[in-house]
Design a protein around this ligand. Structure first.
Ligand SMILES: Cc1cc2nc3c(=O)[nH]c(=O)nc-3n(C[C@H](O)[C@H](O)[C@H](O)COP(=O)(O)OP(=O)(O)OC[C@H]3O[C@@H](n4cnc5c(N)ncnc54)[C@H](O)[C@@H]3O)c2cc1C
Length: 473
């Protein structure tokens, strides 16, 4: 049996899934083969948004030991570093550009069994419909056998047919904030915009909206280009993320979050367990980060035990502080940031403190546009269903093939990550990875999450009995 799987999006999620699919085919023996159509507009798949950067100051926020593409081969990345001549130890924070190279070379490092293949199709998918009805036009490619299938349309009009498709679309750019529109051309809403350097030229007072890791990337990148500029980073809380310790791999500790639910528990008991344990480790002079690292793999199982109200409460009340300790800057970045703060190059503040009388983004009472000569947006994750960023999402929303998750950011999905349509029906031939899963899971975008999702999807999609449900046409 050969199955054709279309992977829409060739960023980290797409290439990791492709690698897992060929590995899964190999593990099933000669009777199970897979043809992966990895669709992405880039010349070479792998880098996606975060790993395109060439700035050496843009490093990963987790160490080599944690970022292999395979759960069952944790040293895969370390071995790649050795073979690629990238100096690394388990505790190294790689440059993101190097990790991008790892991802672009990942498919070459996985043996592809006879009868299986990964093909990069260069293009943008603009629609997916059920069945072989769209089986026409330029660049058509198809499944080996008959039966149910999906047809994908590319922006150039070509179509592809597959047994199933996985959306691995990544993250929409930050939402434009109306309160900064008066800055006109001096407002750069997307910090990854390729013309950032050009538009920043000559700026002396830079406002960065957001105080997370992206803000630190922006400041680390622009400071050498604008050595005379000062940077003000603002958010509602005005707090920078936590930093890794000098030793980024502290001895592991055990935290049993499920005991908080035994025999019955709530969000509050789970939060309490974590807080108490962090306080205890601190009091004992040990690294509290080990507690966060121990809790992290338990977040999704815990999430699925929470009620809908508790999940909403976590997002509203605790998410910000969890993200602050969970996504940490490297120790080297901390040292750099401390120097910028001490030298007065960087100020971290609240929106209210900077603009006085303005209480929160979105409720603007007027901002002095002369206070800064460049504004860069670096706020949190927008909803995947945001209109206009992705033609495929727009088309699927318009036809009711997908709908947002009730918490807003991700998509409504079945427990197997199949898209749920506007009528509440799940479509097992259309699955999702990455940010789309926010809601079904909490932790869903980092490399360890992607490799876990990929391993499970690869098994599901190559299973004998891929369900035959169709999509609304
Ligand atoms: C700045 C930044 C730094 C990060 N650092 C880390 C880190 O250090 N460690 C970590 O674990 N995680 C990190 N992350 C998390 C990150 O989300 C993942 O590591 C990973 O990049 C997500 O991969 P992805 O494939 O979902 O998205 P992306 O890498 O963005 O890839 C999505 C791809 O899909 C393509 N695409 C979208 N729509 C279509 C379409 N309709 N048709 C065809 N192709 C399409 C895009 O062109 C893109 O190539 C970081 C994220 C960001 C934004």
């Amino acid at each position: 049996m050969q199955r054709t799987i279309a992977v829409v999006g060739g960023g980290a999620a797409g290439v990791i899934l492709s690698a897992h699919l060929v590995r899964a085919a190999a593990s099933h023996g000669p009777h199970r083969q897979v043809r992966v159509l990895l669709i992405d507009p880039a010349e070479t798949p792998g880098r996606g948004l975060p790993y395109r950067t060439t700035d050496p100051r843009h490093t990963l926020n987790a160490v080599v030991a944690r970022l292999s593409a395979f759960d069952d081969d944790p040293e895969h990345l370390l071995r790649w570093c050795a073979s690629a001549g990238v100096p690394a130890e388990p505790g190294t924070f790689l440059q993101r550009a190097d990790f991008g190279r790892y991802l672009t070379e990942l498919l070459g490092s996985v043996p592809v069994p006879d009868g299986s293949a990964v093909e990069h199709v260069r293009g943008t998918v603009v629609d997916v419909v059920d069945g072989p009805s769209g089986w026409a036009g330029a660049g058509v490619s198809g499944t080996g056998g008959g039966g149910a299938s999906v047809t994908l349309t590319l922006a150039d009009g070509g179509t592809l047919r597959a047994d199933a498709a996985v959306l691995a679309l990544g993250t929409p750019p930050p939402v434009r904030l109306p309160e900064y529109e008066p800055w006109g051309e001096r407002y750069v809403a997307d910090p990854w915009s390729p013309d950032l350097d050009e538009r920043a030229a000559g700026a002396r007072r830079v406002l960065v909206v957001g105080t997370g890791l992206t803000t630190l990337d922006v400041v680390a990148h622009l400071h050498p280009l604008l050595p005379d500029a000062t940077f003000t980073a603002v958010s509602r809380g005005g707090a920078l993320p936590a930093a890794h310790a000098a030793d980024p791999l502290p001895p592991a500790v055990e935290v049993e979050l499920d005991r908080a639910f035994s025999p019955a528990g709530t969000l509050d008991t789970a939060v309490d367990v974590v807080r108490r344990r962090v306080a205890a480790e601190r009091a004992a002079g040990r690294d509290w980060r080990a507690v966060i690292d121990a809790v992290r793999p338990q977040v999704n199982p815990t999430w699925s035990r929470l009620t809908a109200d508790e999940q909403a409460a976590f997002q509203r009340v605790h998410a910000r502080s969890w993200e602050n300790v969970r996504h940490r800057m490297s120790h080297a970045m901390r040292t750099h940031v401390d120097r910028l703060l001490a030298d007065g190059v960087l100020t971290v503040s609240t929106v209210e403190a900077v603009f006085g009388g303005v209480d929160a983004p979105g409720r603007d009472t007027g901002r002095d546009t002369s206070a800064f000569d460049l504004v860069v947006g670096a706020t949190g994750l927008p909803a995947l269903t945001s209109p206009g960023w992705n033609p495929l999402v727009d088309a699927l929303v318009a036809r009711g093939v997908l709908r947002p998750h009730r918490l807003g950011t991700g998509l409504d999905l079945t427990p197997d990550a199949a898209l749920v349509d506007a009528a509440g029906v799940g479509h097992p031939r259309l699955r999702a990875m990455g940010l789309a899963r926010r809601g079904l899971e909490w932790e869903c975008t980092s490399v360890p999450d992607l490799r876990r999702q990929a391993a499970r999807l690869a098994e599901d999609l190559l299973a004998e009995d891929l369900p035959a449900d169709g999509l609304p046409g």
